[in-house]
Design a protein around this ligand. Structure first.
Ligand code: BTN
Length: 327
């Protein structure tokens, strides 16, 4: 228990180093015991640097997800009420949809180290080797159906926030829900829903984040437009720290969504990489080319075509056409 406390204090330190004195005071133990727990954490695979007169700092963490590292001190209201962590599953989304239909509570999170049948948008596969994050969150928002697509935008905002906080990378969002770093995709969302007439029964928000995998695990065509957080930052990332921050950010933004969905749209717009660019949007058997003018109240992309007509699309693949940013 104290070992976990020390680990959490080190993990959540914004300043970098935490002094032995501060760790002892906050954990309520002696400095000798702090040192013993630091040694024990090193024995469990954590790299911990000790600098005289500054304190301790985590430099590396074992790349395994463990319940006992994810849950303690998470302090979320809804998200992560129940956490199910599996070594492998066909798809966390499929499992979470089944669990939701069988009554699992709102905020239940299903996480897997690998997926054998990971699902992407538009019926594609989501290749899911070890080293990344694959999770699905069960939500039961009491909102009308037309507000449901905003849940995906809310998820994108939370992912960007978690990546920026944990990895210090300038992540942004390409409509509808691709998270990009340096122009390449690092994360995607797949939302599935069960509804009755005009009401949401439950929603499963599925999130894949490419963290530490070898890019060689992907087929060439996908690899070209993909990066990982490790590749973008030049060092392996602590998946547990990222996951915990993501659960906190989802908790915060889901609450904002329930109180005032306009706030989510405002944040999404400020993080987006699409609006103001010339784009080609393919989907539903056609490709539209024009200026991405904005997103509407339901998160649909508004495109101004060259002949002056305005089109609104709710799904598709966007290519940002180079060298044509407007405004
Ligand atoms: C996309 O195509 O960009 C969406 C990818 C979503 C992948 C995640 S991984 C966890 C969850 N389970 C799945 O089968 N898919 C989503």
């Amino acid at each position: 228990m104290y070992k976990e406390k020390i680990l959490n204090l080190l993990r959540s330190s914004k300043a970098g180093y935490v002094s032995g004195e501060e760790l002892a005071r906050k954990a309520g133990i002696s400095r000798t015991m702090v040192w013993k727990h630091i040694e024990s954490l090193r024995g469990s695979g954590f790299g911990i640097e000790a600098v005289p007169s500054q304190g301790y700092r985590i430099t590396s963490a074992p790349d395994i997800l463990r319940q006992s590292d994810i849950k303690p001190g998470l302090k979320t209201g809804v998200i992560g009420k129940e956490i199910h962590l599996l070594p492998s599953v066909a798809s966390t989304n499929t499992l979470a949809m089944e669990m939701a239909a069988n009554g699992s509570p709102e905020g239940t999170v299903v996480i897997a180290e690998t997926q054998t049948g990971g699902k992407g948008r538009l019926g594609r596969k989501w290749i899911s080797p070890k080293g990344n994050l694959y999770l699905s969150v069960i939500l039961r928002p009491a909102v009308p159906l037309q507000k449901a697509p905003l849940i995906t935008l809310m998820g994108a905002v939370a992912i960007v926030s978690a990546i920026r906080t944990t990895c210090g990378l300038e992540a942004g969002i390409k409509w509808p829900n691709d998270i990009l770093v340096s122009g390449k995709k690092v994360s995607g969302l797949l939302t599935e829903m069960s509804a009755e007439q005009d009401r949401v029964r439950h929603i499963v928000l599925g999130i894949g984040v490419d963290v530490n995998m070898e890019l060689e695990a992907l087929p060439l065509d996908v690899r070209e437009r993909t990066t990982t957080l490790a590749a973008a930052s030049g060092k392996a990332m602590d998946r547990t720290a990222l996951l915990r921050q993501l659960l906190r950010d989802l908790d915060r933004w889901y609450r904002v969504f329930l109180l005032n969905a306009q706030e989510v749209l405002r944040e999404w717009r400020s993080l987006n990489l699409t609006i103001g660019n010339r784009v080609a949007v393919s989907g539903a058997g056609e490709t539209l080319e024009g200026l991405a003018r904005g997103i509407d109240e339901e998160g649909r992309l508004v495109i101004g075509l060259d002949d002056g007509t305005i089109r609104t699309v709710s799904a598709g693949d966007v290519s940002i056409l180079k060298g044509a940013r407007v405004q």
